[in-house]
Design a protein around this ligand. Structure first.
Ligand code: DON
Length: 599
């Protein structure tokens, strides 16, 4: 396809993703189901799907189908989440991964809530000065060196940890959809083609990555072609049959470490051997007669989202236009204050004490609210003098619930789209560049808005602070909302806005996900609005209050599930980035096809 046609295709995709449909009807997929789906099982697939038998909503149709298929065979939400996560590693290499990390929140039907931290860790050889030159100044080349930024991937350890405790089906069976998608290939969706094109320079720099995403003439992969990944299939097959050890202490760890070392990075095989995914206690806050569960540090959303919602809950906003100037102004001010706290206090809890309880104390939240002037935007510089950096552009979130009400909220990332672009020859998967999430230099601030607070400085075996915010809201132990998003720092505000609309304003699920979004992160001191989505009058009044407005085409991609008043699950795929909901419409006897119960 010539360049101009490819550009037109990318533009058409972006446009299609932004068009918000007027109706809320169930949309049946017209795309042929992937090959792993056994005959006779039919799934409901669409942007908005209703079901009582469970639901998976993810960024990719094949991955949502993979999880829904596991549900259809009687697997539980954790089983389905594992299948979806591995499928995403094949079909959504922008962010789905086995070379990255993330967070998972699990809510059992009995109301127990657990969280898995499978964030990447820094190598042993990391220290505070890793991004500095000999004179102690920031070395921008080091700061963006993809080999230096590779952290020990946590995904396989994290999924396995969740499986050990909650899985009901054999581990190897849960990888089968992903293995089939890698081995037999899948039809490249327009989103993947557009993203490969947008990242073509980074991806073409690494030989194994170039071989995967470009043809012999050097042209990026096109939508509608088949992408077959035999090397990734072999890695997945090894993980399926041998378990995580082959990844952390076997040939896979050795091959990654060797490649990184050959290219000047610090990651070594013993860093893999020392990696542990961790159980964490979710942050629980009470709001709107329910309970909100979020991820504790090293994520920051579990603190920031309840702060934002706590500030908003103190106003009587029910009767006011949610896209009018008052709600928009207050929301922006709440975000500004939550991000001030985030920048100052949050980091890896295994390295410094994080005052989570103080940050969520009602008195603190009330004082944040009281400092808001309804008529004027607060200048961020008067709240705290240090600026913070802007967020990145790729991560992925998926939500799962099974028919018994067990729920999984999972966000995973390689940091940037396709991570640093590195695929190790023979392994077929992309490595993360997550360690760029550390602050670059102690005390450093600059015009681009870097920050140098101690809690998130690089250190040996430390986890960088994250904005990923998988969240679950329940009432009386029954899950009502599962949500999360990609979008760097915008994640926190996307999640806060979905939850705000559902639990404080009581809006219809589709509206909660598709309504226009905004973002304020304290510094840069500007209010980001989704382009062409906000009423002119609101924008005018925000400007009059003193907000500096900037526009972005889209904010976030919140693949979410809601429970309605009739106990029906409503899956809403966020069409900003091609989200798909999939639900089983039949539950088969366990092991009907290949889905063997766990021994
Ligand atoms: O963990 C974090 O906060 C980032 N590494 C996430 C990156 C991200 O979301 C980029 N964008 N979509």
């Amino acid at each position: 396809m010539p360049l101009s046609a490819r550009r037109r295709l990318a533009a058409a995709c972006a446009l299609a993703a932004l068009i918000v449909p007027t109706g809320c009807e169930q949309v049946r997929s017209k795309i042929a189901p992937p090959q792993f789906e056994p005959p006779k099982i039919t799934l409901d697939v669409g942007r908005r799907v209703e079901s009582e038998l469970g639901m998976v909503v993810s960024i990719d149709e094949a991955a949502s189908r993979a999880g829904a298929w596991i549900l259809a065979e009687g697997g539980n939400a954790v089983d389905a989440a594992i299948a979806t996560a591995f499928a995403l590693a094949v079909t959504h290499p922008q962010a789905g991964n086995i070379g990255g990390g993330g967070f998972m929140i699990i809510h059992t039907p009995e109301g127990e809530v657990d969280a898995v931290d499978y964030r990447e860790t820094a190598p042993l050889a990391f220290d505070h000065d890793v991004f500095l030159d000999e004179r102690g100044g920031l070395d921008r080349r080091k700061r963006s060196d993809p080999f230096l930024l590779v952290g020990v991937p946590g995904t396989i350890a994290g999924l396995h940890l969740a499986h050990e405790k909650y899985g009901s089906r054999s581990w190897n069976v849960l990888l089968q959809p992903a293995i089939d998608l890698a081995q037999k290939g899948f039809v490249v969706p327009p989103l993947l083609a557009a993203d490969v094109y947008a990242n073509r320079e980074k991806l073409a720099m690494h030989p194994a990555t170039r071989n995967l995403f470009f043809d012999a003439q050097g042209r990026p992969i096109e939508a509608g072609t088949r992408l077959v990944q035999p090397e990734l299939a072999s890695v997945l097959r090894a993980v399926a049959t041998e378990g995580p050890d082959v990844f952390y202490t076997g040939w896979i760890a050795k091959a990654v470490a060797q490649h990184v070392e050959n290219n000047g990075g610090l990651l070594r095989a013993n860093d893999f051997a020392r990696y542990d995914a961790k159980w964490r206690k979710p942050i629980r806050t009470e709001i709107a007669t329910g309970e909100l569960y979020g991820m504790p540090p090293p994520s920051s959303g579990g603190v920031a989202v309840p702060q934002i919602l706590g500030i908003l809950a103190g106003y009587q906003l029910g009767a006011i236009d949610p896209v009018g100037p008052i709600v928009a102004h207050i929301t922006a001010e709440a975000m500004r204050r939550a991000f001030r706290d985030r920048a100052h206090y949050l980091g890896d809890p295994d390295f410094s004490a994080i005052p989570v309880a103080d940050l969520l104390n009602q008195k603190h939240i009330d004082s944040m609210r009281e400092s808001i002037d309804l008529a004027r935007a607060t200048k961020s510089g008067t709240l705290w003098p240090e600026p913070v950096p802007a967020g990145g552009t790729e991560t992925t979130h998926f939500s799962v619930i099974d028919r018994n009400g067990m729920a999984v909220s999972n966000t995973t990332t390689l940091e940037q789209q396709f991570g640093g672009g590195i695929i190790v020859g023979g392994l077929g998967f992309l490595l993360n560049n997550e360690l760029g999430d550390f602050n670059a230099k102690a005390g450093m601030t600059d015009a681009r808005g870097n920050i140098g607070t101690a809690a998130n400085l690089p250190d040996s075996s430390k986890r960088p602070l994250s904005s990923m915010t998988p969240s679950i809201f329940s009432r009386n132990g029954k899950v009502e909302v599962i949500t999360g998003s990609p979008g760097g720092r915008t994640i926190i505000n996307t999640v806060a806005q979905v939850l705000f609309r559902r639990i404080l304003l009581g809006q219809e699920p589709t509206q909660c996900v598709w309504a226009p979004r905004m973002h304020h992160q304290w510094f840069p001191d500007q209010l980001v609005l989704e382009r062409d989505r906000w009423p002119e009058q609101t924008i005018e009044q925000l400007k009059q209050r003193g907000h500096t407005i900037v526009y972005r085409d889209r904010l976030g991609s919140a693949q979410s599930i809601f429970r309605d008043e009739y106990n029906k699950f409503i899956g809403v795929g966020d069409r900003r980035r091609d989200g798909w909901a999939a639900a089983p419409n039949i539950i088969l006897p366990a092991g009907y096809y290949v889905n063997k119960p766990k021994k």
